[in-house]
Design a protein around this ligand. Structure first.
Ligand code: AMP
Length: 357
């Protein structure tokens, strides 16, 4: 299918109304596009800054038909958009990134299988659909591994680490809800990095520099640029990103998380077919942010320059981290970005700050 570039004035639909949708809508507005958000929760962070909102479930056929009718292109801000909804939409309007990316990313088993087929290394893994599968898989990995739900896991939720034969597998399958699981071999990584990359409708690819990520309680805490990795590792991350984007015939921004091993080699952990929290730094340290890059890509515009003009640290403001706001506001060379969420509940992403070095 050929896609005509959309000129400013066109309308971009965004499925999902969280902070990522909000930042996409702001970037779209800056390029002169209109945005419509599909999200069941009224007055969500994205709707506060978009042109309008359709308040309905993501899989409502009526709402999807309305969205297709009103928009020139539709994108999404989270990877758990029902694949059927994306396919239904795609009959009537262009959907970027392609529904295939959702299908691959929604299940850790298909994700790892797809990555391996594209020539990108991951941890060893086994599907675990029963307690006896778990016991067999753990014994194949010497008793060590990370057991994860295959679907709907995020921010480290739905996981259990087995440190060695002393950790009994008894009851492990049921403890994660009796749902399909995956056991991954334990990766003794040195650091965690991620790459935010984009592919345009013309097939061009742009990669932002890898960020080094630190998590706290399973949630991203900081992303630091540059990452403490060598030039060969950076090259390997870019090469993996390009392979993945091409294998998916992708259009838009994608986030890829890697484990960096002591020898500098990389193991892909997870992909997110959307803008990504570990790419928020780009709004302060690059001329074209990941959000603008995504809007450019899905509207068929040329990709922007991903070059980084400054070193920086992005820090998430989670829950009561908001108490530190006065300190961040007083800090020089610091961009504060808040998401318009009323209540600072524990674990809730309220905003982020990026300090240039
Ligand atoms: P994930 O939900 O896959 O991003 O996993 C959450 C966190 O658990 C990661 O950021 C890692 O710190 C850790 N982790 C996940 N998988 C593995 C693995 N196979 N080996 C070692 N640590 C892991």
């Amino acid at each position: 299918m050929t896609f005509q570039s959309l000129m400013p004035g066109a309308t971009v639909g965004i499925i999902g109304g969280g902070q990522l949708g909000r930042m996409l809508a702001m970037a779209a507005a800056r390029l002169g596009y209109r945005t419509i958000v599909l999200e069941p929760q009224a007055d969500c962070p994205a709707a506060q800054v978009a042109n309008s909102q359709i308040v309905a479930p993501y899989d409502s056929p009526l709402a999807l038909a309305e969205l297709a009718n009103l928009c020139d292109v539709v994108t999404y801000e989270f990877e758990n958009v029902p694949v059927e909804a994306a396919l239904m939409l795609a009959n009537n309007v262009t959907v970027f990134p392609p529904a295939k990316a959702l299908e691959v990313a929604q299940d850790r088993l298909s994700e790892k299988t797809f990555l391996n087929a594209a020539g990108i290394g991951t941890a060893d893994f086994r599907a675990v659909d029963s307690q006896s599968d778990l016991e067999a898989a753990l014994s194949a990995f010497g008793g060590r591994g990370v057991l994860k739900t295959r679907r709907l896991g995020y921010d480290g939720k739905g996981q259990r680490v087995y440190k060695g034969p002393e950790d009994s597998p008894a009851g492990g399958f049921e403890a994660l809800g009796g749902v399909p699981l995956i056991l991954e071999s334990f990766v003794a990584f040195e650091r965690e990095i991620s790459v935010i990359a984009a592919r345009g409708t013309d097939g061009s690819i742009a990669c932002y520099d890898p960020a080094e990520n630190v998590h706290l309680n399973g949630i991203l805490h900081t992303s630091t640029l540059p990452a403490t990795i060598g030039a060969e590792t950076v090259k390997a991350a870019f090469s993996a990103a390009a392979k993945l984007l091409e294998a998916l015939d992708y259009v838009g921004v994608i986030g890829i998380e890697f484990f960096a091993l002591p020898d500098g080699s990389l193991i892909a952990n997870e992909i997110a077919p959307r803008v990504h929290n570990s790419g928020h730094w780009t709004e302060a340290a690059c001329v074209v942010s990941q959000f603008e890059q995504h809007i450019r890509a899905v509207c068929g515009l040329p990709l922007g320059d991903p070059a980084r003009h400054s070193d920086c640290v992005m820090t998430n403001l989670i829950g009561h981290d908001m108490d530190d706001l006065p300190r961040w506001l007083a800090q020089k060379n610091t961009l504060v970005h808040l998401y318009g969420k009323a209540e600072a509940r524990p674990g809730r992403k309220m905003g982020h700050v990026t300090s240039l070095k």
